[in-house]
Ligand binder design. Structure first.
Ligand code: PYC
Length: 411
């Protein structure tokens, strides 16, 4: 600590920069728009797995300033559709070895994830999810109040609440991870392999000639390239519009907050879709909490008192003992919602313009798998099996992947 303060004051850097600054070249083989976990992971795997290092990641703000730094850090694969379960399961597996892979402590804690059911129809949905999960080899099962009480004695399991807890979907591999560290680890890994990360570089246009992408215009100059990946969240439609690709996405704010630090007492993640609340306890002791998406489309990152009031009411139904806990801070992020609540990954009608978008409230947990598989798609020009169900053309083919039933967040 003293060493840090001394070096902070004398301006000398005892540690190498984790990623460097570069002049913007006028040509790159691949340009990735969006310096969040998806864009950085795609750059990292392009370099590591396919030897493609002539890559620029463009970020209009600082890396991780969008959804990657604004989520509630939950990792899980207990989805509803077989396509979703298989996809997120690969992400959980990549997260399990990521700290080793990136040589960076990501504080991944697989402490177990409980989705509560408060009525017969949600018990049915949890049973359905458990069966789909088990068929895909994912550890997930329905449990009843006696086991819920052992895992989380703080919950009010009596029959007094307006929405009594009848059962839960229990997913032991579910966990939380230090989200900033994931971004920094991928950025360092990509930088070490030769990728250029350009912060404060905003995309202002995308050049398309004869339905083929030819370049990207930015606030720092124009880049010629034959491959552009839109890996943005919140701005996915605006960026795709620049290439003339329309996406079936609406953007909603999602708010979250943390409490003051408390002694460790909550060692599972609790989610109630019906009560619109999810909560975990961070390593610093703060309760990390969120509710439903704001019920209007907007690009606003404002925090509201209405959100805090609603969240607190619902949280206290679950854990009345938290009544005197103070809220420390709150923030908002943007969620790009698709009609079926599944993402859109892959090719578009514009040759060379690819998308990794439409993540709704699921984006952060998918960063490693989408980065790895989008890199494979770029390198081989073929859609990996895991990504095929999430192609853009599914909307005109009528082959939706309905994932709303697996949302932790109310919609
Ligand atoms: O899908 O686990 C989830 C989640 C939690 C908060 C936002 N999404």
């Amino acid at each position: 600590m003293l060493q840090l303060i001394r070096h902070g004051l004398n301006g000398k850097r005892p540690f190498p920069r984790m990623w460097r600054e570069h002049e913007l070249k006028d040509r790159y083989e691949v340009v990735i728009i969006g310096g969040g976990v998806h864009g950085l992971a795609a750059a990292y795997y392009l370099a590591r797995d396919h030897g493609i290092t002539d890559v620029a990641v463009l970020e209009k703000n600082y890396i991780g300033s969008g959804g990657s730094g604004r989520n509630t850090t939950i990792i899980r694969s207990n989805y509803l559709t077989p396509e979703g379960v298989l996809f997120y399961d690969e992400s959980v597996k990549l997260y399990e070895t990521l700290a080793l892979e990136l040589n960076f402590n990501l504080l991944f804690s697989q402490r177990g994830h409980l989705t509560l059911a408060h009525n017969d129809s949600s018990v049915r949905t949890m049973r359905w999810r458990a069966e789909v999960n088990q068929l895909q080899g994912v550890d997930s099962r329905l449990i009843w109040p006696d086991e819920i009480a052992r895992l989380c004695p703080q919950l009010d399991l009596s029959d007094h609440p307006r929405y009594p807890i009848l059962a839960a979907l229990y997913h032991p591999p579910g966990g939380v991870i230090r989200h900033d560290a994931v971004v920094w680890g991928y950025a360092r890994g990509a930088d070490l392999r030769g990728v250029h990360i350009h912060q404060k570089t905003e995309v202002t246009g995308i050049d398309v000639t004869n339905s083929r992408v030819t370049g990207v215009r930015t606030t720092r100059g124009t880049i010629k390239t034959g491959v552009v990946l839109n890996a943005t969240a919140g701005w996915a439609t605006l960026i795709s519009d620049m290439a003339g690709v329309r996406l079936p996405i609406t953007t909603h704010p999602l708010q979250a907050c943390v409490s003051e630090s408390l002694k460790p007492f909550l060692n599972v993640i609790i989610v109630s879709g019906s009560l619109h609340v999810y909560v975990s306890q961070s390593d610093r002791g703060e309760l990390v909490m969120g509710a439903s998406v704001d019920p209007y489309t907007s690009y606003s990152l404002d925090s509201t008192l209405g959100f805090l009031e609603g969240l607190s009411g619902h949280l206290l139904e679950l854990m009345p003992s938290l009544a005197r806990v103070k809220i420390l801070r709150q923030w908002a992020g943007l969620c790009d919602m698709t009609p079926d609540y599944s993402p859109i990954m892959g090719f578009t009608p514009v040759e060379g313009f690819l998308v990794d978008v439409g993540w709704g409230t699921y984006g952060f947990k998918a960063g490693p798998v989408s980065g790895k598989r989008m890199a494979e798609l770029i390198a081989t020009d073929r859609t990996p099996d895991l990504l095929a169900p999430f192609r853009l053309s599914r909307f005109e083919e009528g082959r939706l992947v309905g994932e709303k039933g697996a949302a932790s967040v109310g919609h």
